[in-house]
Design a binder for this molecule. Structure first.
Ligand code: ANZ
Ligand code: ZN
Length: 856
């Protein structure tokens, strides 16, 4: 063993040993308790890993290592989420086949990750672009299809008319085509959709039983966006004064209690267009308003909704007070939410207020803020009341309170009035969700082919059959799945024909009609219908990026299974994922999609748990040194390879963890790593210095260092659980400082316990020093140290203070307090001051560990 710290040498050495002995391989059905640790598997880009990527990997590695030492059978897997646009665009640019680029990129990523000494089970490596993997993604899609959970619908996509290509949202940011810089339009395309909306309530409910960080739960809830409200019908007046029963507007409102304050109705431009389509004789000004509003909405550059409106010339009757109110067309009313029409209550809704102000519509207050209607009790309430008063004067009050100007409901509490008024106006209580169905197809190449064909013959046969006929037992239809009946002509491939492999193509660009490049591979496209044998065409769209990542955690459990996506017993043993860490940017979509996917499979009896993830945490971004986001285009990316070769993986690992609170964004600092390198060198030197480390029996243990050790165990143990890795590292630094600065002798036990604490953070260094102590075992198989509680607290006792022999006070002081300090503290006591009344102390009697007596 060399005296100098040589990370290169020891890192290589231990990585080889761990690999050879399969130290980190998870064992199916092992008797120990299982622990499934997961981080979001990377997309293997051509740029390789940068230091920001490593943060979650190292964090979860520390947790996985600690769990093994705590006696768990740990599953800590790795794979590649390798379908995606960058690789496809690279193929378009260079002509290099995506699977070749992917192979090269994953090789780089693997090498980089291995150099960090992560305790991953490499025997379970998966790749979403491997046909053996996507065979099951396709199989699962067919499960959705057969269960009636997939359907085709027209959806607006981002379309660049110059490049003639459909763009992903991230390629059309700000309404500008990423390729040519020109404006992006919306274009309707038939897309496969998954009915995630059917699961809205279940996905909300499921959140109650999981341990996710609050931000993750809140974001999911907001995305699902559940609103409990009422649909209320407003009759229209075609001839002034005469309600026409045939014409009406339905509005969705969450505030039926405010209906007496509804001073106008507003419909979305889409509804207006529909009226025009069915024969509404509107003025030219209205027609052109609708036309331009719709154009604006279709323009991808304007994601903000507009604030313009126009009066239709039509009036409606407010069913609550029978008053006549105008019907407007308003840009801020969305078509896709609620009924696509609203009742405008400017006194109690901010958007309605703005609109009413702009177009001089009347404002009618119907709610008295709750606080104002009660008598203010204290200054704070008065201030709050005054603030509300101000708010009411300046705009509108959106809260609840007491109803006014509301007919027989006046005086009632608004919350209570909601449902009584709903009944009064014959409204229908309804629950709405913001969640939309999942657009599940892309007109691209580098994705999983959708395993369906379109058969004209089957289409003809099924087209005319109505929904009712599906349900009655119709022998001719018995063999058809719901998906086939609901999407006449679409026929699933047989399981034996999966995987449906991506064919090789010459050109990777979508066709100029916006079809996938697969559409031009005639040989691949033309097939026989699996059901009737007639000529059919394959679906040429592929699945979105989210598909493969929606179930990868299941495949890790049984990655080589050829008969099923995973063995049921193995799923039962390993699921749920015990701890899933990932980026905040994936808290909404990936987390929701994969929860949905798992829940669907669970309802199908394919997976044993409803919720896939027991616990979810998040890491903050590592920013570039300048505080900006690390990105290749900005040229501020820090590559870990140079750092590993210069300072060693352990110094890099420790620095990544030391950098700052794990869940917050922190800026990289190139000099910072010197600190953790210095720390590891000190650890190394102590490990070499046999004079410092003494035999347990050689000398009575040094109490102070022993106490510090136990405090360190406690701190590191608790901090790892809280992902407070930075403070765990600093606790270890404090320990090492104490040993080196004060030349403390430490026993063998103390030193070896410290090495165990260090192991999750700097595994190579710890393992080498462990071996240096003469051990033949590996640290991964040692147990995690436990602390003795009494040793973690500084010892104190109750000092009795007497004045002239009489007890005046008791104070808590350090066990080893000396006389001068005891006297000082005694004189600070108010009770003692009272007793002394300024008289000088003549004599002090101090009994160590017991009392102090001041004689005056
Ligand atoms: C009258 C009202 C009075 C409203 C009031 C609010 C406050 P959430 O909670 O997000 O579901 N709304 C309904 N459909 C809409 C659409 N298609 N486009 C734009 N706005 C729409 O919001 C429900 C509220 O959003 C509804 O309740 C409606 O305004 C508006 F003091 O109705 B409310
Ligand atoms: Zn057919």
């Amino acid at each position: 063993m060399s005296l100098k710290y040589n990370p290169k040498k020891i890192e290589k050495k231990w990585q080889t040993v761990w690999d050879r002995k399969k130290v980190y391989a998870a064992k199916d059905f092992d008797k120990r308790k299982k622990f499934y640790a997961l981080f979001e598997f990377p997309y293997p880009s051509g740029d390789g890993l940068h230091v920001g990527h490593l943060r979650p990997y190292i964090g979860m590695d520390i947790i996985a290592r600690k769990r093994r030492m705590e006696g768990y059978n740990v599953l800590f897997p790795i794979g590649w989420d390798a379908f995606g646009l960058p690789t496809e665009n690279y193929a378009i640019k260079t002509g290099i086949a995506p699977h070749k680029a992917t192979k090269k990129n994953t090789d780089t990523f693997r090498k980089q990750m291995k150099s960090l000494g992560l305790s991953l089970d490499w025997g379970r490596e998966i790749n979403t672009t491997d046909p053996e993997y996507y065979k099951w993604t396709q199989w699962m899609f067919l499960e959705f299809f057969k269960a009636g959970m997939a359907y085709k619908a027209k959806v607006a996509i981002n379309w660049c008319p110059r490049c003639k290509i459909g763009l992903a949202n991230e390629e059309a940011a700000g309404g500008i085509c990423e390729r040519c810089g020109g404006p992006v339009e919306k274009k309707d395309k038939e897309q496969w959709m998954l009915r995630i909306t059917k699961y809205a309530e279940e996905l909300l409910e499921g959140l109650k039983e999981v341990d996710f960080i609050p931000e993750a739960k809140i974001q999911q809830e907001n995305w699902i966006g559940k609103s409990e409200g009422t649909v209320i019908r407003f009759p229209l007046i075609s001839v002034p004064g005469q309600p026409d029963k045939k014409h009406f507007v339905d509005v969705f409102t969450t505030r039926p209690d405010t209906i007496f304050g509804a001073t106008f109705l507003a419909i979305s431009p889409e509804i207006a267009q529909f009226w025009l389509d069915i024969g509404w004789q509107a003025d030219e000004s209205i027609r052109s308003f609708v036309k331009s509003a719709l154009k604006e909405r279709n323009n991808a550059a304007y994601e903000e909704v507009g604030k313009q409106g126009i009066f239709t010339g039509i009036s409606a009757i407010n069913p609550a007070n029978k008053e006549k109110i105008p019907v407007w067309i308003s840009e801020y009313v969305l078509f896709g939410y609620g009924t696509g029409a609203i009742m405008g209550v400017p006194a109690h809704d901010e958007r309605d207020f703005e609109f009413a102000k702009k177009y001089k519509l009347s404002v009618e207050k119907v709610i008295l803020p709750a606080k104002l209607s009660s008598i203010p009790r204290n200054a704070e309430d008065i201030a709050a009341g005054a603030k509300q008063e101000l708010r009411i004067q300046s705009d509108c009050w959106e809260g609840g309170g007491e109803l006014i100007n509301s007919g027989k409901f006046s005086g009632m509490d608004s919350e209570k009035a909601k449902w009584e008024i709903t009944e009064f106006v014959n409204g229908k209580r309804e629950i709405k969700y913001k969640l939309r169905d999942w657009v599940f197809s892309r007109q691209r190449y580098w994705g999983e082919p959708i395993p369906l064909v379109f058969c004209a013959a089957c289409h003809k046969k099924l087209k005319g059959i109505s929904n009712e006929q599906f349900s009655i037992s119709n022998d001719g239809l018995k063999n058809f799945s719901r998906g086939e009946l609901e999407n006449p002509g679409w026929v699933p491939l047989l399981e034996k024909d999966l995987p449906l492999k991506l064919p090789r193509v010459k050109k990777y660009e979508p066709t100029d009609t916006g079809e996938s490049p697969l559409a031009s591979v005639e040989k691949w496209v033309n097939v026989k219908c699996p059901r009737c044998g007639e000529r059919a065409r394959r679906e040429t769209d592929v699945m979105p990026n989210w598909a493969g990542s929606s179930w990868y955690f299941l495949r890790y459990i049984d990655p080589k299974n050829k008969k099923e996506f995973a063995d049921k017993k193995k799923l039962k043993y390993w699921m749920q994922v015990d701890w899933y860490n990932g980026g905040m940017e994936h808290t909404v979509l990936h987390l929701l999609y994969s929860r949905f996917w798992n829940r669907f499979l669970s309802n199908q009896g394919q997976v044993p748990v409803k919720e896939p993830y027991k616990k979810r945490t998040s890491h903050g971004l590592i920013l570039a040194e300048d505080g900006g986001k690390m990105s290749k285009s900005k040229g501020n990316v820090v590559n870990p390879d140079n750092l590993v070769s210069e300072f060693g993986a352990d110094a890099l690992r420790m620095y990544e963890m030391f950098l700052g609170p794990f869940d917050q964004a922190v800026a990289w600092s190139s000099r910072g790593i010197l600190g953790t390198e210095r720390f590891l060198k000190r650890v190394w030197e102590i490990g070499q210095n046999t004079k410092l480390i003494i035999n347990n029996k050689q000398q009575k243990e040094n109490k102070k260092i022993e106490q510090l050790l136990h405090k360190t165990i406690k701190k590191v143990t608790e901090d790892i659980e809280a992902m407070a890795f930075n403070t765990a590292v600093s606790a270890m630094m404090i320990f090492i400082n104490e040993v080196t600065n004060n030349k403390q002798l430490i026993t063998k036990n103390i030193w070896e316990t410290f090495l165990k604490l260090l192991f999750p953070f700097a595994p190579h260094t710890a393992e080498e020093l462990w071996e240096h102590r003469g051990h033949k075992t590996l640290l991964a198989h040692e147990s995690w140290p436990e602390y003795e509680q009494p040793l973690t607290v500084d010892e104190t006792f109750e000092l009795i203070i007497q004045v002239n022999g009489k007890i005046k006070d008791k104070i808590t002081v350090d066990m080893d307090i000396h006389e001068a300090e005891a006297q000082k503290q005694a004189l600070e006591s108010e009770k003692v001051k009272d007793a002394l009344q300024g008289k000088p102390v003549k004599r002090v009697i101090f009994v160590k560990g017991k009392l102090i007596n001041l004689v005056v």
